[in-house]
Design a protein around this ligand. Structure first.
Ligand code: CMP
Length: 831
């Protein structure tokens, strides 16, 4: 590009950004939504640019489909997916996908059919228009939702639908264009179309998710370098889009959605809090710039004069689009409500979904990408532009009053209560400060009393308001408020522990999921009495895979390390839960005071947390008993981490005041990080099984000399199992013997027609699994770990070899067999 051209474009872009910033400030004072204001401003600027010379550079900037699709869209999609609550999205997947896929198809068909009837457009072109115009663009609406504090679910429905229907529309548009170019509707096109659509849609999502995941892994290398991490996130947004769209020919939009969801979800724990803030601010800014430019450019590009020619057809198109939207929302959503188990989308929300179906940049990009020689291109561009302008302006302007009419902008009773509580707490804090000033004696007493009294007055007012509000709430609702607060405190506590390095990321995710599940329970009107242990999906998947892998390769180091880590994670989780329970218990008293719930409600909540604390305490004690070195190492690690945390804080403080130069701070930070990583490995090392334990504990090994023992130890396969794991299942074929080095297992026998019964507990030094080996019969009982256990497995042949070397082993096995047989009334070996 020549020098002058670049300057012109830079000047134009800067000019537009200036206009956008000015508009953002100016429009605050009006009732006009920002995006609508920008489009109108763009229209004015576009008109002026033709006549006023110094606005000339603006004419260089037109909305080309490439600019929208390859520059703006990845940013907008990534930002939106990145900030989306993936859990809430998955709960609302049924309505979102229904609207985005079948809904979009239905809308395409209705718009296409109607326009083919009432305008000169042939059916093919009308359907092409139907596809491109059916993708919704909720920027204006979402901005309003944020401003009005609309329910979160509504935001998810609207935003989720638009993320997925962009992809659907693009794919469908390309398919129709291809068929039209081919001229004939070949037999099997429909079937192929469906398959192709699925490949493109799902393929894109998978490609994006993989790229997002790889990026998260890469980011781990750039620990605490916010600039690098932000850069990488930009790379991933665009890489996902381009790789999918350009190289793999799957949906770029879906890829960016996948990448955004993965980075947003995993990133919530993989990034440090500072980096998280950084990323959010960066992407918010990027989306602001992209949106501002898009809406201004929409205005500038549109030539209202050119639309006049198609005035009537545009009117029909607007009507068709509205009818199609009504049919999809009011037709499909009630059906989903009946079919899916998720919470129903009520009439009010449906109305907003209908009215909020604005059209935007994707529609324009697609229509502009229609080849120049396409017969009705001019008309299609005019129709799309007309519909986009109309929906943005009317939808944007009327959305707020509509939400108000529907009462969707009103905070619920519970939200109002929360707000008032916050105000009261703030006033109290202010009052305490003022009182302090009085005692310090720097200010006149009268002044201090005056200000203090003012606060006292305000506090009484808020208190009265609170009282009035509380009397409106039923006990049940109050209980829900208290529980909800308790869950918030609990979740917060876990986050705090994580940020201080006290719990690891997988444990945090598990605990947060557990809180979220209980919040769902609360929403359904149940009181969450139990802290459910819940593994996030990727953890469950990993465990499944490793379980299988372990069966195939029992001596694998990977599986072994994984089991050790799982054992450590359980302990970590239990100690975190214990801490959180204690914390919530003390907080509930304050919460109860603030919310004014009845004493019995607070007592109930406290009791549940008390019981939970008791339960985990038993487990923690179990670990302490069987793995004392581990617990010691873990505790030492905690203390050291807290100390390191202090060190890190001090470094930051010194660096921020300039007391140490940046290079020194950097070195110091690095040293802390290295130490942190070293610490993370320690407790696990203390869990490594030590065959010497067996020597000390298993009676028949005691005759063995230490040197001989080594050769026996080589035959043993160490197996670490978690509390609750099943080691042997009754009825299975058995080919090995297990020795217990640490922990306790339960032997459970199920006789036909009777419930399973525990017949024995076996401790360190004992063994099990000898019966099936000796008799070749199926396993006579199920053996389940009651605590974390360290076991050693010995194959049947090795048992025989061992018996030959150590006759005491055979005697011990036979003895145990006879005793256990007798107690279980099983046949004797000789019979
Ligand atoms: P096996 O039948 O191979 O698998 C289950 C094991 O549980 C069994 O070997 C014994 O080792 C153990 N077992 C079965 N019954 C009892 C019992 N009554 N007391 C202790 N251990 C038992």
């Amino acid at each position: 590009m020549e020098h002058g051209g670049v300057v012109t474009i830079v000047v134009a872009v800067i000019g537009l950004l200036l206009v956008a910033a000015a508009a953002a400030i100016g429009l605050k004072r009006t009732n006009l939504p920002y995006t609508v204001g920008l489009v109108l401003l763009g229209l004015v600027l576009g008109a002026l640019a033709e006549g006023v010379e110094w606005l000339g550079p603006l004419q260089e900037l037109t909305l080309s489909p490439e600019i929208i699709l390859f520059i703006f869209l990845p940013t907008l999609i990534f930002e939106s997916a990145f900030n989306l609550d993936a859990r809430l999205l998955s709960q609302n997947m049924a309505p979102v996908l229904t609207l985005a896929v079948p809904g979009l198809l239905l809308s395409t068909a209705i718009v296409g059919g109607l326009l083919a009837l009432v305008t000169p457009l042939p059916l093919g072109s009308a359907l092409l228009f139907g596809a491109l115009i059916s993708a919704t663009d909720p920027v204006a609406v979402i901005a309003l939702f944020k401003e009005l504090g609309a329910p979160k679910r509504l935001t998810i429905l609207v935003e989720g639908e638009s993320l997925f229907n962009d992809a659907t529309a693009i794919v469908l548009f390309r398919l129709i264009l291809m068929v039209l170019a081919g001229g004939v509707l070949a037999a099997g096109t429909l079937g192929r179309g469906v398959v192709e659509f699925l490949v493109v849609f799902v393929g894109g999502l998978v490609v994006g998710a993989i790229i997002g995941y790889l990026m998260i892994r890469t980011i781990a290398l750039a620990r605490d370098e916010p600039l690098v991490e932000v850069t990488l996130s930009t790379v991933v947004a665009y890489a996902a889009f381009i790789v999918a769209d350009h190289y793999l020919h799957v949906s770029g939009v879906m890829a960016t959605v996948g990448a955004g969801l993965v980075v947003g979800t995993l990133g919530s724990t993989r990034f440090t809090p500072e980096v998280r803030t950084y990323l959010h601010q960066f992407w918010e800014y990027a989306a602001f710039v992209a949106n501002s430019l898009i809406f201004l450019l929409v205005g500038i590009t549109v030539k209202p004069g050119g639309l006049m020619e198609y005035f009537g057809a545009i009117g029909w198109a607007i009507l068709a689009v509205a009818l199609a939207r009504a049919a999809t929302v009011f037709g499909l959503v009630p059906a989903v409500n009946r079919l899916s188990r998720a919470e129903a989308v009520d009439r009010r929300n449906q109305t907003v979904l209908f009215w909020g179906g604005l059209r935007g940049a994707v529609a324009l990009a697609l229509v502009l990408s229609i080849p120049a020689d396409f017969p009705q291109r001019g008309m299609l561009v005019a129709l799309a532009t007309g519909v986009v302008l109309f929906t943005i302006v009317t939808g944007g302007v009327t959305m707020k009053p509509l939400m108000h009419r529907l009462g969707l902008d009103r905070p619920t009773l519970v939200e109002r209560l929360g707000r008032l509580q916050a105000v009261l707490a703030a006033k109290r804090a202010a009052f305490a400060r003022v009182e302090q000033l009085g005692t310090a004696g720097h200010f006149s007493n009268r002044l201090v009393t005056d200000v203090g009294n003012q606060y006292l007055g305000e506090m009484t007012e808020v208190d009265q308001e609170l009282g009035a509000l509380r009397s409106e709430l039923e006990t049940d609702e109050m209980r829900r408020v208290l529980w909800s607060e308790a869950l918030t405190v609990e979740r917060h506590r876990y986050r705090e522990m994580f940020d201080r390095g006290l719990i690891s990321e997988p444990v945090l995710r598990e605990l947060e999921l557990s809180v979220d599940l209980r919040r769902d329970q609360l929403k359904r009107g149940e009181i969450p009495r139990e802290i459910v242990a819940a593994a996030p999906i990727e953890v469950r998947f990993g465990a499944r895979f490793l379980g299988l892998f372990g069966k195939l390769f029992p001596r694998s180091r990977i599986v072994h390390r994984h089991r050790l880590r799982a054992l450590a994670a359980r302990y970590e989780r239990d100690t975190a839960v214990l801490d959180a329970c204690e914390h919530v218990k003390t907080e509930v008293t304050q919460l109860a005071d603030l919310t004014g719930v009845e004493a019995s409600v607070a007592d109930e909540c406290r009791e549940v947390y008390e019981n939970q604390a008791g339960d985990v305490m038993v487990r923690i004690d179990g670990v302490a008993e069987h793995f004392p070195e581990y617990v010691q190492a873990a505790q030492r690690q905690t203390v050291q981490r807290i100390a390191l945390d202090g060190e890190a804080d001090a470094i930051e403080q010194l660096a921020s005041t300039g007391a140490i130069p940046p290079s020194v701070a950097k070195d110091a930070r690095h040293a802390v990080e290295v130490e942190e990583r070293r610490l993370a490995r320690q407790p696990i090392a203390a869990l490594e099984p030590r065959p010497e334990d067996l020597l000390a504990r298993v009676p028949f090994f005691q005759d063995l000399e230490a040197t001989n023992f080594q050769s026996v130890a080589n035959l043993l396969i160490p197996r670490t199992v978690l509390a609750g794991d099943t080691v042997i299942r009754q009825g299975e074929r058995g080919t090995s013997l297990f020795l217990i080095a640490r922990g306790v297992v339960a032997v459970i026998v199920a006789l036909p027609g009777r419930p399973p019964k525990r017949v024995a507990s076996l401790h360190a030094g004992e063994f099990f699994g000898e019966m099936a080996l000796l008799t070749q019969a199926p396993r006579s009982a199920t053996v389940q770990a009651m605590t974390g256990c360290q076991l050693y497995e010995l194959s049947g042949e090795d048992v025989n070899r061992l018996c030959d070397r150590l006759p005491a082993v055979r005697v011990a096995l036979m003895q145990a067999y006879e005793e256990r047989r007798r107690s279980g009334q099983r046949p004797s070996l000789s019979s």
